[in-house]
Design a protein around this ligand. Sequence first.
Ligand SMILES: [Zn+2]
Length: 127
Amino acid sequence: MNRGLAVLIRVLAAGADVLWASSALDIINVPTALRPEVLALSPQESAAAKNCLHRACIFRQEIRASSGATTLPLLILPEAAPSIRGCCLSCGAVLRAGDSWRCILCAVAVYIALDAVDALLAHLEPA
Ligand SMILES: [Zn+2]
């Protein structure tokens, strides 16, 4: 898994908050012990984390818009091409070995949008 996503998962699971309404999608209240990990991210790793947060924000809006429905929406990005076999259900990217329905960016974003990021901790390698 991209180190940016792994750090994002650890930071959120440790109690950091996402400013969902912010256009920059900032994360606040990063635990002090994890700040060095955040600061050590490369620009590419940081961009992956921000991209994932951006997707989570869109998915969260879809979930909120479906409030009262008996099922969750499929969580598809507005710009995604129609889903075809072998491509991410949410964004249309070609799936990689080990991906099932969604690419890793969208899969992590779904967990973040559902406030279920703790469930991903077991899938991370030790920091
Ligand atoms: Zn995707």
